[in-house]
Design a protein around this ligand. Structure first.
Ligand code: PRX
Length: 632
C-alpha cells in the first residue's frame, strides 16, 4: 500500500440551486436517472439514442471485450445529419446556430440552414480533391465558423478530422499531420489575437515541406490578399472551392463505430497520443451531457469560450450544442483584449444563459477586480461551467458571486480528451460544493483507489479510475494500440485509469486534485513534461533537460526547466532566451518554460530515469520522500 494522504478541504459549504433554476431543469431527479443508467444501461442508452436519427438502429447497446468496447453495435447514422439536417427538417432552418464575434466587435451569424449548405459545399469540395471515407484531414484553423464547418464537412463524408490547435507551432503541427498521414490540410491565412493577425499559412507550409502524402492545402484567405503565386497546384482557395461546389451532399452512412476524429493529447512520453473517437457513442453522450449539464432548451443562448482545437471545443462548441440545436456564441480572441470586460460585454449583448470556461481564465479575470464585471448586466446567466483543471474554492466563489450574482449555478465538469464527454459534475438541479467536481454522470462508475486497485475510504487521496466502459470513451490511440491498452492495465481490476489524483468525500462528492503522472496542466492545457524536455534538447547547446510544474496562482502550474549544457557551452541569459524560443518553435507559446535553470546534474534512478519528483520537491522546499532508487 502507498502512503495514504488525507485531504482536508476547508470549504464545507454546500450551494443549493435557486428555485427559479431548479424548476427549469430538464433533469430533476439525478439520483433516480443515474441509478437507472447503471442498473439498466441498455434501456437507458437506447432511450437517449432514440432521441437522435439513425439510418439503422443498433442490434446491441454494448459489446465489451476489455479493453475494447463497441457501442450501438450495428447502428448506422451520420453525426452531421443529427447536428444539421435534423434541425433544418424540424423547422429550425432559420434558427441561428452560431454567433461569431471577434475582438473588434465584428459579428457574423449563421443559421442552421446556412451552416448545412456551407458544410455540404465544403464536403463536396473535399470529395473533389479525392478525400473519402476513412481519409484523414488535418485542420489548423482559427476559432471560427469556417473551422467548425471544416470539421463537419469531414464528418459529412466520413473523413476523419484531426484538429490541431492554431496556437501550436510548426513542430507540433508537423508531428500531428505526419502521424495521421493527412491527405489534405485545411487552414487560414491568419488568426486574430490581441489586435494582431497571427499568420497560420507559413506554419503549414513549413510543416508539410517533407510530407509528400499531403496532396492539397485548402486555405481560407480571409482578406483575399494572397497572391496567385501563393497557390500553385498544392493550395486551394477555400472560398472558391465552396463557390464551385454543390450545396447538396448526401451524408455518408456511418457505422456507429466508424472513426469520427483523432485529437492529439499529451501523455507521459514525448510523443502525443492520437485519441480516436468514433461516431455513435460519442454523438449520443455529447448530446446527452450538453443537454443535461447545460440544460439546453429551445431558446438557450450558450457560450463555451474554449477553442475548437481542444476536446472542449469538439464536444461542447461543435457536436454537443449542434446535436441539441442550440444557439452558440463563439469568439476569436483573448479574454482581456481589447479590455478585460470583453466577455461580460458579450454576455450582456447576447443575453448568454450558459457560460462555460476554464479556471485559469476566471483567476486571471479575478485579478482585474470585481468592478469590471459589475459594469455589465449579467442577469441572463443561469449556468456557469468550469473545465480543464481543478477550480480552487476562491475562484469558484468569485465566479458564483461576481459573474453569477448568486443566481446562477456553477457546474465543475471533470473529463478528458479520452472520455469525450463530461464524466463528473453536479447537474444544475443538484447541490454543488466549491472545489469539488461532484457526482458521476450517467453511466459513469468512478472510484478512488490505491495503485493495487483497492478502493480507498472517504477523504483519502488516490487514483481516479472508471470501472465501466461509457459510450464516448476513446476507442484506441491512433496507430498505437498498446498505448490505449495501457489505460486499462495501469491499475489492476480492469478499470480505466484517468491519470488524476482524487478523493471522495463522505457525501460521495469527488474532488480532483491534479495529475498523478508526468503531465503538466498549464492554463488548463495539458502538456507532457517529456514533450517540453524533448523540445528543449533540440537546442544545440543542450545535453539534457528535466521539466517540472510549479504551482502558479493564475495558470495553475508554470513550467520550470533544469538544463544541462553540452561541453563547451556556459550558462547565459542569451541561452535562456534561445531555449525558450526553441520550445516556442517546436511546440508553441503555451509550452514555453517560465524559468530555466542551468545545472550540472539531474537526479536519476539507477536505471537512468529522471526523478522529476525529487526536483520538484527540492524546488518547492518539500520533503524529498522515498529516494531509495536515486542513483547517488
Ligand atoms: O487533470 C484533469 C484536468 O484535465 C485533464 C484532461 O485534460 P484534457 O484531456 O486536455 O481535457 C481538458 C478538458 C476536458 C484531466 O485529466 N481536468 C479537466 N477538467 C477538470 C480537471 N481537473 C479538475 N477539475 C476539472 N473539472
Amino acid at each position: 500500500m502507498e502512503n495514504l494522504e488525507t485531504v482536508h478541504l476547508q470549504v464545507k459549504d454546500i450551494y443549493y440551486p435557486p428555485e427559479e433554476i431548479k424548476k427549469e431543469c430538464i433533469v430533476q431527479n439525478y439520483e433516480e436517472m443515474y441509478k437507472k443508467s447503471i442498473e439498466n444501461p441498455d434501456e437507458f442508452w437506447s432511450e437517449v439514442a432514440n432521441e437522435l436519427f439513425w439510418y439503422q438502429k443498433w442490434d446491441k447497446v454494448l459489446e465489451w471485450n476489455i479493453p475494447y468496447a463497441k457501442w450501438f453495435v450495428g447502428g448506422k447514422t451520420n453525426i452531421t445529419y443529427n447536428c444539421l439536417d435534423r434541425h433544418v427538417l424540424n423547422g429550425k432552418r432559420n434558427k441561428v446556430a452560431y454567433i461569431y464575434v471577434d475582438e473588434d466587435g465584428n459579428e457574423k451569424k449563421i443559421t442552421y440552414g446556412e451552416l448545412l449548405e456551407l458544410v455540404n459545399r465544403l464536403a463536396n469540395g473535399l470529395k473533389s480533391l479525392g478525400v473519402g471515407k476513412g481519409d484523414r484531414v488535418s485542420i489548423y484553423m482559427p476559432n471560427t465558423i469556417e473551422a467548425i464547418a471544416s470539421m463537419l464537412a469531414c464528418a459529412r463524408i466520413g473523413a476523419i478530422h484531426s484538429v490541431v490547435f492554431a496556437g501550436f507551432s510548426e513542430g507540433a503541427l508537423k508531428l500531428r499531420i505526419n502521424d495521421a498521414k493527412a491527405k489534405v490540410v485545411i487552414t487560414a491565412a491568419y488568426t486574430k489575437r490581441r489586435g494582431k493577425k497571427i499568420p497560420l499559412l507559413p506554419t503549414v507550409k513549413d510543416a508539410i515541406k517533407e510530407l509528400d502524402f499531403v496532396k492539397k492545402v485548402i486555405v481560407w484567405d480571409r482578406d483575399n490578399e494572397l497572391s496567385e503565386e501563393e497557390y500553385g497546384s498544392h493550395y486551394i482557395n477555400f472560398q472558391k472551392l465552396i463557390k464551385s461546389s454543390s450545396p447538396v451532399c448526401e451524408p455518408e452512412i456511418m457505422d456507429a463505430e466508424d472513426p469520427l476524429f483523432i485529437l492529439y493529447t499529451s501523455g507521459t512520453t514525448g510523443k502525443p497520443k492520437g485519441v480516436l473517437h468514433t461516431t455513435g457513442g460519442y454523438m449520443v453522450n455529447t448530446y446527452l451531457t450538453t443537454k443535461t449539464v447545460f440544460n439546453i432548451k429551445e431558446d438557450t443562448i450558450y457560450w463555451c469560450t474554449a477553442d475548437i482545437g481542444w476536446i472542449t471545443g469538439h464536444s461542447y462548441i461543435v457536436y454537443g450544442p449542434l446535436a441539441n440545436g442550440a444557439t452558440s456564441v463563439i469568439m476569436e480572441g483573448v479574454p482581456v483584449y481589447p479590455h478585460p470586460g470583453i466577455w461580460w460585454e458579450y454576455v450582456e449583448k447576447y443575453r448568454v444563459n450558459v457560460f462555460y470556461t476554464a479556471p485559469t481564465a476566471i483567476r486571471m479575470l479575478m485579478r482585474f477586480g470585481d468592478e469590471i464585471p459589475a459594469k455589465y448586466d449579467l442577469s441572463s446567466l443561469k449556468i456557469l461551467g468550469s473545465v480543464g483543471e481543478p477550480i480552487n474554492p476562491e475562484a469558484w466563489i468569485w465566479y458564483y458571486k461576481n459573474i453569477g450574482r448568486e443566481k446562477a449555478v456553477v457546474v465543475d465538469t471533470w473529463w478528458q480528451t479520452e472520455t469525450g464527454a463530461h464524466m463528473i459534475t453536479t447537474l444544475p438541479c443538484y447541490p454543488s460544493k466549491p472545489g469539488k467536481a461532484g457526482k458521476p454522470l450517467f453511466g459513469v462508475v468512478p472510484a478512488v483507489v490505491d495503485k493495487e486497485g483497492n478502493e480507498l475510504p472517504p477523504n483519502t487521496v488516490g487514483h481516479l479510475v472508471i470501472k465501466k466502459p461509457w459510450p464516448s470513451m476513446l476507442r484506441t490511440c491512433w496507430g498505437e494500440p498498446e498505448r490505449y491498452e495501457k489505460y486499462w492495465k495501469e491499475i489492476p481490476g480492469g478499470v480505466y485509469s484517468a491519470g488524476d489524483l482524487a478523493s471522495v468525500d463522505e457525501d460521495g462528492y469527488i474532488i480532483i486534485l491534479g495529475r498523478a503522472d508526468d503531465v503538466l496542466s498549464v492554463a488548463g492545457h495539458r502538456i507532457g513534461n517529456a514533450e517540453v524536455e524533448s523540445a528543449i534538447v533540440e537546442h544545440p547547446a543542450v545535453a539534457e533537460a528535466a521539466v517540472i510544474g510549479k504551482p502558479n496562482e493564475i495558470k495553475g502550474e508554470s513550467i520550470k526547466a533544469f538544463v544541462i549544457l553540452k561541453e563547451g557551452y556556459s550558462p547565459s541569459q542569451e541561452l535562456i532566451i534561445e531555449i525558450k524560443e526553441t520550445v516556442k518553435e517546436v511546440l508553441g507559446a503555451i509550452a514555453v518554460p517560465d524559468e530555466v535553470e542551468f545545472v550540472d546534474k539531474l537526479p536519476k534512478t539507477r536505471s537512468g530515469k529522471i526523478m522529476r519528483r525529487v526536483l520538484r520537491a527540492k524546488e518547492l522546499g518539500q520533503e524529498l520522500g522515498d529516494i531509495s532508487t536515486l542513483e547517488d
